[in-house]
Design a protein around this ligand. Structure first.
Ligand code: NAG
Length: 537
């Protein structure tokens, strides 16, 4: 049986299948219905195999480095069983007895990396072969195996009589970009932990792999620091109910890990820090009106040694709480008016020879913060403002491009300086808008700038931003989905195969119904219906 399968579906015959695929695509007979984002290479045929909840088994391959007891895969097998048979696990389904023929999904990974965390170098490549009444999934890492299980779950469909099937399929898949993120802002509105966990689930369905947690900002400081507990007890909207305790944070990180998602914390400074000042006196710059303090505060005070001592201790804590090797340091939208008004800051400028150029002061501040995180072995990400201001660029490593306008011009400049780029500008999804403009987020071409191959390689990915001014747990999900999925396909799939909005539309509609079926309140794209409408009211 196994040999037969190798011969008829394995790599020996792949060239053949690719040819067949070309023909299929040409005549539009079959597409990979409902797999979103589109896999890099695939073939499928009309040969199909029935599946039933009584006889679907996920097993570890005998040659696999990960054997029984791999926490990531064990948890994934359970989750995907429920996702494939939603009625069965919710108790709504009619229990039908299968003919007893088991359908086995054999999962093999080259590396036994079950206990670790996904990181910037983790391979997410997988090969999925559904053939002769069984499936085999091979990946280099458990993170790749997770992506393959997601694809497998999307291949399974139910006919009108409630029987589940999966067609004969061969897929070789890997992401186009390594960094595919979603930013949530928990400062402008507090998001309950449950809302974050649910977003992580939905992210995995679209193969996103980074949760950028913009955890604090001007309006509130919900992160409960063990070193500086006053930051949240005085700076959160509420010191008990609107905070993230250390155990909340651990819960988010471990939930994300089980989906192969990295958690990237952002502690944005020196601007966007008003809430920090409530729990930490002398941290913010006192603004002056004429020769007297006005009673208001500006950005972090860059002239006091105590500032860097505080930041050093805070980032030391943050670096050990969040396992990811990246940390986001912000550095955007610093308002210089307060610094300008303060006589101590002006004296410092003089002493340092900065003249009247406050961008030099910001660069000086960021340089100090980046040195702190560098010493903690973290790779720092900053918003593009820091690149724009920074003369000495050697200490920068990853720049996130967010400003509107000619963002590809900025991508070109940053990569020309030899720095890595994450692109966010075209994916500000917090701005409300009709769902049908999902195509705006789809027709983005991140590498369409003049530059060398080396420059293009420096574009490590992109990010959907969901800022929180107008977003809380009531509208987060429909505002994100399915529009974020459009960005997800742009970041995962081959650009040439996914350049047509018209071709993508029916597949995205089907995927959106799949999200709804999984309990995600994804907005409709246009007139139509799902076989299973949203029931979670
Ligand atoms: C799966 O098989 C059925 C019939 O066996 C066919 O109608 C359908 O088009 C196939 N789907 C794909 C994606 O090949």
């Amino acid at each position: 049986m196994e040999v037969m399968c190798m011969v008829s579906c394995g790599r020996y015959t792949r060239p053949h299948f690719n040819l067949l695929l070309l023909i299929i695509l040409q005549f539009g007979l079959h597409t990979v219905d409902g797999v979103w984002p589109l896999p890099q290479t695939f073939t499928s045929s009309a040969e199909r195999y029935p599946l039933s909840p009584q006889a679907l088994y996920f097993v570890y391959g005998s040659q696999s480095a990960a054997q029984q007891g791999c926490s990531v895969l064990d948890a994934a097998f359970k989750r995907y069983f429920s996702l494939i048979f939603p009625d069965y696990t919710s108790g709504n389904g009619v229990l039908r007895f299968s003919d007893g023929k088991p359908f086995i999904v054999e999962v093999s990974v080259d590396r036994d990396d079950c206990e670790g965390y996904p990181n910037e170098d983790s391979s997410e490549r997988y090969n999925l072969s559904v053939c002769a009444g069984q499936a085999s999934l091979n990946a280099q890492t458990v993170w790749g195996a997770l992506r393959g299980l997601e694809t497998f779950s999307q291949l399974v469909y139910e006919d009108d009589f409630g029987t589940y099937f999966v067609n004969k399929t061969e897929i070789d898949d890997f992401p186009r970009f390594q960094f595919r993120g979603i930013l949530l802002d928990t400062s402008r509105h507090y998001l309950p932990v449950k809302a974050i966990l649910k977003t992580l689930d939905a992210m995995a369905y679209s193969k996103f792999n980074v949760f950028h947690w913009h955890i604090v900002d001007d309006p509130s400081f919900p992160y409960q620091s063990s070193t500086y507990p006053d930051l949240s007890s005085k700076g959160a909207f509420h010191p008990m109910t609107h905070i993230y305790t250390q155990s909340d944070v651990r819960r988010v990180i471990s939930h994300a890990r089980l989906w192969g998602i990295r958690v990237l914390p952002e502690f944005d400074s020196p601007g966007h820090t008003l809430s920090w000042g409530k729990g930490q006196s002398d941290l913010l710059t006192p603004c002056y009106s004429g020769s007297t303090p006005s009673g208001t505060f500006g950005p972090v005070n860059p002239v006091l040694p105590s500032t860097y001592k505080f930041m050093g201790r805070l980032f030391k804590e943050v670096s050990s709480v969040f396992p990811d090797s990246y940390i986001h340091l912000g550095g955007d939208e610093v308002n210089f008016a307060c610094w300008k008004s303060n006589p101590d800051v002006r004296a410092f400028m003089q002493k340092m020879g900065f003249g009247a150029d406050f961008t030099k002061l910001e660069a000086f501040y960021m340089e100090n913060i980046m040195n702190i995180t560098l010493a903690l072995n973290k790779t720092s990400i900053v918003w593009q403002d820091v690149f724009d201001y920074h003369e000495q660029r050697s200490s920068l490593s990853v720049v996130e491009v967010w400003r509107d306008g000619c963002y590809l011009c900025e991508v070109r400049r940053v990569t020309k300086a030899g720095l890595r780029v994450i692109l966010a500008s075209p994916w500000y999804l917090d701005k409300p808008g009709p769902t049908h403009n999902w195509a705006r987020y789809y027709t983005v071409w991140p590498l369409a700038f003049k530059g060398s191959e080396e420059q293009k390689k420096l574009v490590i990915g992109g990010e959907v931003c969901m800022w929180g001014e107008y977003v809380d747990a009531t509208n987060l999900t429909p505002r994100l989905w399915p529009r974020a999925s459009a960005a997800a396909e742009r970041l995962w799939s081959d650009e040439k195969q996914t350049s047509s909005v018209d071709k993508a539309f029916p597949r995205l509609q089907e995927f959106r119904c799949k999200l709804v079926r999984r309990g995600i309140q994804a907005e409709p794209l246009y007139v139509g219906h799902c076989k299973h409408e949203y029931q979670g009211l």
